[in-house]
Ligand binder design. Structure first.
Ligand SMILES: Cc1cc2nc3c(=O)[nH]c(=O)nc-3n(C[C@H](O)[C@H](O)[C@H](O)COP(=O)(O)OP(=O)(O)OC[C@H]3O[C@@H](n4cnc5c(N)ncnc54)[C@H](O)[C@@H]3O)c2cc1C
Length: 389
C-alpha cells in the first residue's frame, strides 16, 4: 500500500467498487479497502435487481444471473394472489460473483484493491478528512488521501467519525432475516411478495427463485416493531407457512436503511455513498442499483474535484445535487409511498387485493394497485404514477 492516494474508497460492496472504478477511469489514483478477506462475502442480500437499472450501469454478464425473472405476484394477508401485469424483466443474481466482478472491473480501471484492510479511523487535518488509519494483514498504518469515499455499508462509521449525522431511526431501519432453500417448487421465473402487518410489520416477505429449486426466502420488518418478535421469529413462522420441510442451506440476518438519503453526504475531504449514505430504495429495500447510481456520480465528482485541486464540501456539492435531481428525488417519492403502505391494516391489504382481482389481468399494474390503495391521498397517487409509469 502506498503512503498516499488521490482517493481512498472504504468498502468493497457494489457502491465502493463502482465509485472506485469511476474515479480511476477519470485519472485518479485510487485504493479500495475492504475489511473482509474476500470481496463479495458474506452475502447479506436477496439478490434481486431490475434489468433496466442494472443495464444502465454495467454490461450484464450471464454468470452473474442465477435466474431471469419475468413475473411478480403480490400476496395479501388473506392469501389472495395478484399477478402483476408488467413487461419488466429482473434478475436474481449470484451476488458473490457480481460483487467480485465489480471489484475486478475497478482493478482493471487501475484501482488498487486490498482485502483484509480494516479502516479503523480517519486522519483529520486543517482541510478536513486527510486519510484513513487501516489495519492491513495485521499491520496498522496511516494512509493519506486527497479524498475519502465512505462506502462502508449500513453499519457505516466513517461519516460519524467525520462529524456527520448518520443516524437512522428504528422506524426506518428495516431488520431482515433470510434463508436460502434448496427445495423450492414454485414458478422459478416469478418473484413473490407477501404483505401483512401481522406477519411482516412495517415491511414484507419475499421469495426470490434462484433456479434449480433454490430460492431466497426472507422478510424485512421495521426495526421499531422488532421488540416484540424479531425478524428471525417472523421468518420461522413464514417458512412454516410456505413449506413443510424447507431444506435450508444458509441463513443471513442484516438490515437496510429505508429512510430518505442522509441530509449531509459530503464534508471537507469525504463523501458517503450507497447504504452508508442511506441511498437504498425505502419502499423495497433494494440498494444495489440505487447505490451504484449514486456511487458512479460520487466517483466522477471525486476525480473532477481532485483535478480542480478543491475537495472542499462546497466543491463536492455537485454529488448530492446530481443525486437529488435524479435518483434521489425518486427515492423521496418512494419514501412517501412507504410511509403510507406500511401503515395499512391487513383488512385494507385484503380489500385492495380483492378490488384489483376484479380488474382484467392486463390492468393489474403497480399504478392501479397504488391508485386503489391511495384513493384518499391524491398527492401520493401522482408519486405512484410517476414512479411506476
Ligand atoms: C436480507 C437483505 C436482503 C436484501 N435484498 C436486496 C435485494 O434483493 N436487492 C437489492 O438491490 N438490495 C437488497 N438488499 C440491500 C443491499 O444488500 C444493499 O443495499 C447493498 O449491499 C448496499 O451496497 P453498499 O456497497 O452500499 O454496501 P455493502 O454491500 O454493505 O458493502 C459495504 C462493504 O464495506 C465493508 N466495510 C464496512 N466497514 C468497513 C471498514 N471499516 N473498513 C473496510 N471495509 C469496511 C463491508 O465489509 C462491506 O463489504 C438487501 C439487504 C438485506 C440485509
Amino acid at each position: 500500500m502506498k503512503a498516499h492516494y488521490d482517493v481512498i474508497v472504504v468498502g468493497g460492496g457494489p457502491a465502493g467498487s463502482t465509485a472506485a472504478r469511476f474515479a480511476a477511469s477519470r485519472g485518479a489514483a485510487v485504493a479500495l479497502l475492504e475489511k473482509d478477506r474476500e470481496i463479495g462475502i458474506p452475502v447479506r442480500c436477496a439478490e434481486g435487481v431490475g434489468e433496466h437499472g442494472l443495464a444502465s450501469l454495467v454490461e450484464i454478464q450471464p454468470h452473474w444471473i442465477a435466474r431471469r425473472i419475468t413475473g411478480a405476484v403480490l400476496i395479501a394477508p388473506s392469501g389472495a394472489e395478484v399477478g402483476l401485469s408488467s413487461n419488466q424483466v429482473g434478475y436474481v443474481l449470484h451476488r458473490k460473483q457480481f460483487d467480485y466482478d465489480l471489484a475486478r472491473m475497478a482493478a482493471r480501471a487501475g484501482v488498487e484493491v486490498y482485502t483484509k484492510a480494516y479502516v479503523q479511523g480517519l486522519l483529520m487535518g486543517k482541510t478536513g478528512v486527510t486519510g484513513v488509519v487501516v489495519e492491513h494483514l495485521g499491520t496498522r498504518q496511516a494512509i493519506s488521501a486527497t479524498l475519502v469515499i465512505a462506502a462502508d455499508g449500513v453499519e457505516s462509521r466513517l461519516g460519524r467519525w467525520a462529524g456527520l449525522d448518520t443516524r437512522c431511526t428504528l422506524q426506518d431501519l428495516e431488520s431482515c432475516a433470510q434463508v436460502t432453500i434448496a427445495n423450492y417448487d414454485g414458478d422459478p421465473a416469478v418473484c413473490r411478495f407477501y404483505f401483512s402487518n401481522e406477519s411482516f410489520p412495517g415491511g414484507y416477505g419475499w421469495i426470490f427463485p434462484k433456479g434449480d429449486g433454490m430460492a431466497n426466502v426472507g422478510l424485512g420488518i421495521a426495526g421499531v416493531k422488532a421488540d416484540k418478535r424479531c425478524a428471525h421469529d417472523h421468518l420461522e413462522a413464514f417458512l412454516a407457512r410456505i413449506s413443510d420441510k424447507p431444506a435450508i442451506l444458509s441463513r443471513v440476518y442484516g438490515s437496510v436503511p429505508c429512510s430518505v438519503t442522509l441530509k449531509t453526504i459530503v464534508t471537507d475531504g469525504l463523501m458517503l455513498t450507497g447504504d452508508a449514505a442511506h441511498q437504498a430504495n425505502p419502499l423495497t429495500g433494494g440498494g444495489i442499483v440505487s447505490g451504484m447510481i449514486a456511487a458512479r456520480t460520487a466517483g466522477q465528482v471525486a476525480a473532477d474535484a481532485i483535478a480542480d485541486n478543491d475537495t472542499s464540501a462546497q466543491r463536492l456539492q455537485e454529488y448530492p445535487k446530481t443525486w437529488a435531481a435524479g435518483e434521489g428525488g425518486r427515492m423521496n417519492q418512494f419514501y412517501r409511498l412507504k410511509k403510507f403502505v406500511f401503515t395499512l391494516s391487513d383488512d385494507a391489504f385484503n380489500k385492495i387485493a380483492k378490488g384489483i382481482l376484479e380488474l382484467s389481468p392486463e390492468k393489474r399494474t403497480m399504478t392501479n394497485i397504488f391508485k386503489a390503495a391511495l384513493i384518499n391521498k391524491p398527492s401520493l397517487i401522482l408519486d405512484a404514477i410517476k414512479l411506476f409509469k
